[in-house]
Design a protein around this ligand. Structure first.
Ligand SMILES: *Cc1c(COP(=O)(O)O)cnc(C)c1O
Length: 399
């Protein structure tokens, strides 16, 4: 029998904070997935059309990835047993890094435990307190944390604001330390794409290190899903490319691509690399298989984009505000958080799972539900989802 836990008074502030979230309609319970991450899946006992996963290409359950993971478990066990810099670098980790570098057409790559660790670990390792970081206001939390950990001076430019970015770079033209210009490739809550060519021009003009976080572009944008740099054909003009293995790649992890010196430096200085245990071999094996799928099967990405175009067009025709989205991430912007959460709940009851997001994930007053279609949704599934979105949207006066 479990003992009821008693909370000491020192911890009572937690309940007060949670009550505040409830008052602001920002309190949520975790939705629990029963079974596999599929386009139609069972969450909290209900079968729903799943528009909330980042499983763009359906690779979380792909037979080839599953097979390679199983073989790795059989041959190599379940854990790596150490951090990379002690005894935890397995041959399969090195093979994965070589595979990624080849795929991204860079000299070298290093794999981290997650995209979050890759961003935070890299920014904090590269910059120090005398340096300057110039960052898009909608950059991911892991970039923001990395910036803070670096203790560099942080200056934020308006979302995709090339002119605003240049204003900051002009003002800091005589900066003595290093300068980093950093942007997401695809923005995770809005689905729009960074103005990479213009930002690269600025980075060159003002002598900045150029870094891009391509978590949502990996496996989505560019030839075979090579990302934003490939999409704009900017090879050689971005010093540091971060990607994730947790979204379209279907497993878990993050990586950094760039010059051999960059990667060697991160081997020596990136704290998550030095102080947190490396991936189980099965994770590395699944990722290797995922890159094979991307290179062999171009139709899978074409299908993702066909579904995206179909779904977006119909949402716009229905009168939903999908913001500035240009990718499979399609927000439906509602404004008020309470309304966004009510919309999401109403959809779930009717059989569609589209998560609501409010502050602090998006700015206050810009609450939304966030949808992502995948390559594996069938046309009838998308049609049914659209029909439910329209019905519930009308009921709540959103359209
Ligand atoms: C999801 C995400 C990350 C983190 O990637 P994980 O592999 O899930 O840790 C980093 N940056 C952006 C923009 C993301 O959307």
């Amino acid at each position: 029998m479990t003992q009821p836990t008693t909370q000491r008074p020192t911890m009572s502030f937690l309940r007060e904070e949670l009550d505040k979230l409830k008052e602001k309609n920002l309190y949520f319970r975790l939705r629990v997935l029963e079974g596999e991450q599929l386009p139609v899946a069972r969450f909290d006992g209900r079968q729903v059309i799943n528009l909330s996963s980042n499983n763009y290409l359906g690779l979380t359950t792909h037979p080839k990835l599953r097979q390679k993971a199983l073989e790795a478990v059989e041959k190599l066990g379940v854990g790596s047993g150490a951090v990379r810099t002690i005894a935890g670098t397995m041959k399969i980790h090195m093979e994965l890094e070589e595979r990624i570098a080849r795929f991204k057409k860079t000299e070298a790559a290093v794999v981290f435990q997650s995209g979050f660790a890759a961003n935070a670990g890299t920014v904090a390792a590269i910059l120090g307190k005398d340096d300057l970081i110039v960052s898009d206001e909608l950059n991911h939390a892991s970039i923001i944390d990395g910036c803070r950990l670096s203790r560099a001076t942080i200056k934020v430019f308006q979302h995709k604001g090339v002119a605003d970015c240049e204003r900051i770079l002009k003002e800091t033209a005589n900066w003595n330390g290093k300068k980093l210009l950093i942007t997401d490739g695809v923005f995770s809550m809005d689905g729009d794409i960074a103005p990479l060519p213009q930002l690269c021009d600025l980075a060159e003009k003002y002598n900045c290190i150029m870094m891009i976080d391509d978590a949502h572009a990996s496996g989505v944008l560019g030839r075979n899903g090579r990302g934003t740099v490939d999409h704009y054909n900017m090879h050689g003009r971005v010093d540091i490319q971060v990607g994730t293995l947790s979204k379209a790649i279907g497993a878990l992890g993050g990586y950094v691509c760039g010059s051999r010196d960059l990667i060697e430096y991160l081997y020596h200085r990136a704290r998550p690399f030095l102080f947190s245990t490396s991936h189980p071999p099965a994770v590395a094996a699944s990722c290797m298989a995922a890159f094979e799928v991307l290179e062999e099967n171009e139709e899978i990405i074409q299908k993702l984009w066909e579904n995206t175009r179909f779904f977006k067009k119909r949402l716009t025709e229905m009168g939903f505000n999908t913001g500035m989205s240009e990718t499979p991430i399609t927000p439906i912007i509602v404004g008020d958080a309470a309304r966004a959460f009510a919309f999401s709940r109403g959809l779930f009851e009717e059989g569609v799972f589209a998560q609501a997001v409010g502050f602090p994930t998006v700015p206050e007053g810009k609450a939304r539900i966030r949808t992502i279609v995948t390559a594996t949704h069938t046309r009838p599934e998308l049609e049914r989802a659209l029909e439910i979105l329209e019905r519930v949207g009308k009921k709540l006066g959103i359209v």
